[in-house]
Design a protein around this ligand. Structure first.
Ligand SMILES: [Zn+2]
Length: 286
């Protein structure tokens, strides 16, 4: 069950749905304008968010920002009759989706060819069980590296950060509220034969993220995390990246040293992350 949550005075968000891969959608409410963050995985998803805002008497969005090109963040765009902003790279990647057909057969064919991944194919079929009228609407405004939007009393910094999940990822820093909307940037690269993290991209990304002073961090497929939860995640990623480099991707050595550093066995999340770094190291060698 999706709910609309108020995190701070000027920031609301709708909770994610894992089955259909619906990410968190955000609304930053300024004195003059409202900025929506991400368009959702379908027109239904976007419309539902707008309905929830209306029910809570929140000023409707004037502008929407897209954090990266993945389907679950952009398929809702046609339902929004407002200008949209993205990085120039995101727009280029969205243009590549224009010729695609979204029938079961065509999606399955793209999975076979390695263009689409099984996980997304399944989620698309669940989100659009019958009328799969998917349209790709391109962003109105694009930027390189950085852009600031003044909403009246609250400012949003859109910053390109890249990372393994996808190179076009941006974050949205809501300055006055001290919220960093990470979207998916800290997740692994899933559009590859094996999910992976690479050492350099991870360390570069972490370097950029620590420069933002925030109390809350939005992970689009998880939740609004506290600073402490964010630090637990980033410390783990940083440790694995450093050890992967040191032990040249040797899974057993990395695991042994990691256990020493944390003084316990690895948990499930850490095991998975370690595997992704090992996959990424082997990829670097190819
Ligand atoms: Zn994504």
């Amino acid at each position: 069950m999706q709910t609309l949550e108020k995190l701070t005075e000027r920031f609301w968000y709708q909770t994610p749905v894992s089955e259909t891969d619906r990410p968190i959608l955000g609304a930053v409410v300024g004195n003059e304008r409202t900025l929506m963050i991400d368009a959702g995985n379908s027109e239904k998803h976007a419309s539902y968010f707008l309905d929830e805002l209306r029910k809570n008497n929140i000023q409707k969005p004037d502008l929407v920002v897209i954090t990266h090109w993945h389907w679950d963040h952009i398929f809702g765009l046609p339902a929004l009759d407002i200008p949209s902003v993205s990085s120039a790279e995101t727009k280029t990647k969205m243009q590549e989706l224009l010729p695609f057909s979204w029938s079961d057969e065509d999606i399955d064919e793209r999975v076979k060819q390695g263009v689409e991944i099984e996980f997304c194919a399944e989620a698309i079929k669940k989100e659009f069980p019958d009328h799969r009228n998917i349209k790709i609407k391109l962003p109105t405004i694009t930027f390189h590296e950085r852009m600031e939007i003044d909403l009246g009393g609250v400012t949003c910094v859109l910053q390109h950060v890249g990372g393994d999940h996808t190179t076009d990822s941006i974050v949205v820093y809501i300055k006055e509220e001290k919220i960093l909307f990470l979207s998916d940037c800290l997740y692994a690269n899933m559009y590859a034969p094996e999910n992976n993290y690479t050492v350099k991209r991870t360390l570069d990304l972490l370097d950029q993220l620590v420069s933002f002073d925030a109390d809350y961090y939005i992970f689009s497929h998880w939740k609004a995390a506290t600073k402490q939860e964010f630090e637990t995640e980033t410390t783990m990623l940083s440790r694995f990246a450093t050890l992967t480099k040191e032990f040249e991707g040797n899974q057993q050595s990395i695991e042994e040293e990691y256990k020493v550093q944390v003084s316990r066995e690895l948990n499930e999340d850490e095991r998975e992350t370690l595997q992704f770094f090992v996959n990424g190291f082997n990829l670097d060698l190819d």
